[in-house]
Design a protein around this ligand. Sequence first.
Ligand code: SF4
Ligand code: SF4
Length: 312
Amino acid sequence: MDARGHIFDIQSFSVHDGPGCRTTVFMTGCPLQCRWCANPESWIYGKHLMFAQASCKWDKGCDVCLSVCPTGAITMEPGQPSQVDWNKCKDCHDFPCTSICPNRALKQCVREYTSDELLQILRRDFSSWGSNGGVTFSGGDPITQHDFLIEVLKGCQKLGIHTAIETSAHFPREKFLDVMQYIDFAFIDVKNMDSEAHKAGTSVGNELILDNIRALKQSGWKGRLVLRQPTICGYNDSEENAKKLISFMKENDLFEINLLKFHRLGQTKWEQLGKTYDYATGGEMTDEAMTALQSLYLDAGIACYIGHHTSF
Ligand code: SF4
Ligand code: SF4
């Protein structure tokens, strides 16, 4: 087993990423680029820098990072916090600034693991999962790292570990179904039923995603599938969109959906990566609007959960 995975976080004791208590593994790489993404650090496959400027203690006289940066990527003007020129960090291998910063303003994101190393962590957490927990592969989109993921999933199967995935399903059919045969529980996002709108929000159309969901249902897969929709005012909160999704679900024998109310938890990460966040304003859903959407699904005989109020 020699594939190496790129992972930007591993969270034990997760209770919102599938049934029971779980360990969630956040893997880098994603075929989508959602304008509201809560984990934009996942878009960069390899190791990279995150800079929390608000934690920088330049005003207390700190400037130790300036001397260790081999490329001059960090600069500081008098009376100003340090600045990072991200282009100069692209080829940095050792990230010396992250070990010297006393305030964790500079952090290395993404670490490499072998499948054995990851399985060892999962074994460590085994006793905390209880009877119905397990591991959830998230991201980014874990299928981006297909070969590594398959190795880990085969290991999970041998150990009898319950497996869940959060995926966009935006992959070639064979690759997608290859992974899904090892998965017990899946969340697949359908962000918009209009392909042009889907592309405007995520950078890709929805055809491949819908086709793969159909193919999964027709494949005889025995797992549990819950569709998910990050629900964003003005983007995908219309009755028309809900009705199209309800029709699609009924045509494909799908009876569970989880609506996630728009939030801005990822905003600071965009800033720490030197990116502009499009949803600094707008997009908020009221509780009443979420409940009205939920009613459309419930009236159609579809179990619709809002946020963390789920049946799993
Ligand atoms: S990651 Fe490397 S190049 Fe970038 S600021 Fe830190 S030391 Fe400099
Ligand atoms: S070492 Fe950290 S706290 Fe000090 S100036 Fe650099 S980024 Fe700021």
